[in-house]
Write a protein that binds this ligand. Structure first.
Ligand code: SF4
Length: 312
């Protein structure tokens, strides 16, 4: 029996809804690592863990987490690991009671993989893929150096669903900046209507120091979408969504707005289409407040600059 001695390779990032999951790292870093807004793996060399090392980590995870109900696999693009079906199978054997195993994935990697491989990973027990759409607008994706087109995103989402995965797409509110928030909203909804994900997760662009986007912002080449326009962007985006069975989450602190000492907006969340009306009403109230208040309304960018938000 393997004996855990104290050293464990924790993935540095996980989705917010995996806060209570056991975390197991199958790869390190990001094989793309070029997105202009992204700070996550900038200083990590991309590595694929050898099968035996990955299995040892699974055994360590069992000793650390015990009977986990959900497991998240790091880092950003585990479908590149050729032995992923075997690793996922070993995770299911080692954690027989686990209910959900999920990972991040890149659209381009899904497109590059044969359907047989994706089905083998799914059958081994990987349930859900978290994909960064960021935007469905071609110009915004290019500006952000995402390395994928809107068509790639639609095809990858559909292919993943066809292989049997649940698909969760991340959309970055504010990704279009002040000059392109409408196109960002409308075209992101168009892509998602075609890809038909199970989940959409909104987070707000918060430009961090050390990223290429911060340098662009300093040079005046990118202007952050102000809070009022950003609320209008989210409203337009949700209005245009035409999904029949999807959960929209805003499970991230960056979506909040503050005025004075108070949080005045926490984002919107709910089932689509059932909760759409309620979410739009919430946005209408927030738009009215932000458009009429004399207080200064702050978003995650201002709080980050002021040092109040650090863990993003
Ligand atoms: S956003 Fe995702 S794909 Fe882009 S650099 Fe960051 S981890 Fe890699």
């Amino acid at each position: 029996m393997f004996e855990y001695t104290g050293a464990y390779d924790y993935p540095p990032f996980r989705p917010p809804n995996e806060a209570n999951s056991a975390l197991i790292r199958i790869t390190r870093g990001c094989p793309w690592n070029k997105c202009e807004f992204c700070f996550m793996y900038k200083h990590i060399k991309f590595e694929i863990k050898p099968l035996e090392e990955a299995k040892e980590d699974v055994e360590k995870a069992r000793q650390i987490y015990g009977k986990a109900r959900s497991i998240f696999l790091g880092d950003s693009d585990n479908l590149v690991h050729k032995e992923l079906p075997e690793i996922v199978g070993y995770i299911r054997e080692t954690f027989p009671e686990v209910e959900r195993v999920t990972t991040y994935a890149r659209a381009k990697t899904i497109l590059n993989k044969k359907m047989d491989f994706l089905i083998a990973v799914r059958k081994a027990g990987l349930d859900r893929l978290h994909l960064g759409l960021e935007s469905g607008d071609a110009e915004v994706l290019e500006r952000l150096c995402k390395g994928a087109t809107p068509e790639n995103m639609i095809d990858a989402g559909r292919k993943a669903k066809k292989a049997g995965f649940q698909v969760s797409f991340y959309v970055i509110s504010g990704a279009g900046g002040k000059d392109r928030w409408r196109e960002h909203a409308v075209n992101s909804a168009k892509v998602l209507n075609k890809a038909e994900p199970d989940f959409i997760r909104l987070r707000t662009l918060t430009i961090q120091h050390g990223t290429p986007l911060k340098e662009k912002q300093k040079r005046g080449e990118f202007v952050v979408t102000p809070p009022l326009e950003r609320l209008k962007e989210v409203k337009l985006f949700i209005e245009d969504l035409n999904l029949k069975d999807c959960f929209l989450a805003s499970d991230h602190l960056t979506n909040y707005l503050w005025a004075g000492d108070s949080i005045i907006y926490r984002g919107v969340a709910g089932e689509l289409p059932g909760d759409k009306k309620r979410m739009l009403e919430t946005l209408d109230r927030a738009i009215e407040f932000v458009g009429s208040t004399d207080l200064e309304v702050k978003d995650s960018n201002q709080l980050y600059e002021e040092g109040f938000l650090t863990a993003l």
